[in-house]
Design a protein around this ligand. Structure first.
Ligand code: NAD
Length: 488
């Protein structure tokens, strides 16, 4: 029997030390069984200010190092992530509720993100050109200063690694604000970064909720804010951070459409669609949420139902994050049913033996959904898929284009021409062809369109290099014989 072990109470991490200050706090609950496993501080504007001061103090010496010097910490840190893989995996599972396999894959992805970060010195080759005789222009990527990263509950280990390795390797110092629902993984990151030799103050953690996030947006000495979470909060953060003249990229929620054509390979399609909707209990911003079935796809839907029945909560399906999340997801299913949709497999009222206090929803497939229903339009964030029937590909693409979101979209077909049509016309930042979770791997960057992302550029990969740096343009002349030139 798995033990849900109580963990030490979470503290803020400022200037290389865990804070000893007494603070208001809230309980951290393991969604696996509903038990209290820790507490997390609800920090104030003053706590944030102390962290920003520490990051400011660390900035001059950290930013003065070369890229090649800074990546040495991340070579060591990457090894420590690998060494502590099992431990980190258990922690993700404990606080988030996903399966061990999913939690392990998440930490492995963090390792890959570090591999990208340590390759930055090989990628950043700044530009130099002799622009007129004896006069040289150069462009260099310079860090911004103190930056902030605000993260959601669904990937407690990976999403922090979307920002922290790249931002730090590029010479910035950081304040991170993890989700108050899953603050434990970040504590281990701070410990391992210290063990890897990161100087004090370069990475700081301030826990809490709305108050800290608003203080981050307003703080005059924070230069850039990266946010990942729901669209509702992404809009608030983007508006507030840019209103105080910071650069900001804010990733929001999603409603990903998978277009299934009648010629799709039935087995591969059914297993990919079900894996996409149920992986991490549907709590991925890349999860399949709507399947648009074009014309005759009943044989694929039948296979999906069989596949979904093999996914068992507590075995190969984790929990959702909270009692409120379970209630919200079940509410969506009930509403769809009341409005005439057909529930092919119903995941409501699920519990897991020995973990009766946990928050479980089994896979749910809702057929004959119409575009006006809330299950067709809103992010459910649970292991639920809504099937909308379309008469042809054109109608299917119009349905996809009608979503306010635009994180990802996918097409399942064996026709290159039809796939190309979706690749061209889908209104989403990340497109899959016969892939249900089309996450681009490094060095390709991650980011959606429409209300799934606010701000310019993406959060990972090469694109993030531009976000975390500013260009310095220098024009140089040493030889007097170059005399005056055309601009002098
Ligand atoms: P959330 O928006 O509730 O919380 C995200 C962060 O914002 C947390 O740190 C939280 O403390 C803070 N926050 C919450 N309410 C706030 C408020 N009113 N004012 C200021 N700050 C506030 O998101 P979540 O529930 O933790 O995460 C799930 C959401 O994140 C889903 O919508 C999912 O699609 C999205 N997500 C998107 C991506 C992406 O790449 N687009 C990736 C992961 C998750």
């Amino acid at each position: 029997m798995e033990t849900i072990a109580k963990q030490p109470n979470v503290k803020n991490y400022i200037n290389g030390e865990f804070d000893s200050k007494d603070q208001d706090s809230m309980d951290v609950i393991s969604p696996l069984d509903g038990s209290i496993i820790s507490t997390v501080p609800l920090s104030t504007t003053q706590d944030l200010d102390r962290a920003v001061q520490a990051a400011q103090k660390a900035y001059p010496s950290w930013s003065a190092l070369t890229f090649k010097e800074r990546v040495q910490v991340f070579f060591k840190y990457r090894t420590l992530l690998e060494k502590n893989l099992d431990d980190l995996t258990h922690l993700v599972r404990l606080e988030n509720g996903k399966t061990y396999g999913e939690a392990k894959a998440e930490v492995e992805k963090s390792i890959e993100l570090c591999e990208f970060a340590v390759s930055i010195p090989q990628i950043i080759v700044d530009e130099v050109q002799e622009v007129s005789k004896g006069v040289e222009c150069r462009i260099e990527h310079k860090p911004l200063g103190v930056v902030a990263s605000i993260t959601p509950f669904n990937f407690p280990n990976m999403v922090p690694h979307w920002t922290l390795p790249n931002a730090l390797v590029l010479g910035n110092t950081m304040v991170m604000k993890p989700s108050e629902l899953v603050p434990l993984s970040t504590v281990r990151m701070a410990e391992l970064l210290k063990e890897a030799g990161l100087p004090n103050g370069v990475f700081n953690i301030v826990n809490g909720g709305k108050e800290v996030v608003e203080a981050i947006c307003d703080h005059p000495n924070i230069k850039a804010v990266s946010f990942v979470g729901s669209t509702k909060v992404a809009k608030i953060v983007y508006k507030r951070a840019t209103a105080s003249l910071k650069r900001c990229v804010a990733l929001g929620g999603a409603k990903n459409h998978l277009i299934v054509l009648p010629d799709a390979n039935p087995d591969m399609t059914a297993s990919n669609v079900v894996a996409s909707m149920t992986g991490c209990a549907g709590q991925r911003c890349m999860a399949a949420s709507v399947m648009v079935g074009v014309d005759k796809v009943q044989h694929i839907i039948d296979k999906m139902v069989i596949e979904a029945k093999s996914i068992i909560p507590g075995e190969n399906l984790g929990s959702v994050i909270s009692a409120e999340a379970k209630e919200r997801i079940e509410g969506y299913i009930a509403e769809a049913e009341a409005n005439g949709a057909k529930i092919l497999i119903d995941g409501r009222n699920t519990s897991v033996k020995g973990k009766e206090g946990g928050f479980y929803v089994a896979p749910t497939i809702i057929d004959h959904v119409t575009t006006d229903m809330s299950v067709a339009r809103e992010e459910i964030f649970g292991p639920v898929i809504s099937i909308i029937r379309a008469k042809d590909l054109n109608e299917a693409i119009e349905i996809e284009n009608g979503s306010n979101y635009g994180n990802s979209a996918a097409v399942f077909t064996q026709s290159g021409g039809l796939a190309k049509e979706v690749m061209e016309r889908a209104s989403a930042g990340m497109i899959g062809v016969n892939i249900g979770v089309p996450v681009p791997r490094e060095p390709f960057s991650f980011g959606g369109w429409n209300e799934s992302k606010f701000g310019v550029g993406d959060i990972t990969g090469r694109s993030s290099i531009e976000f975390w740096t500013q260009n310095k343009k220098t024009t140089i002349k040493w030889n007097p014989e170059a005399k005056t030139n055309w601009m002098s």
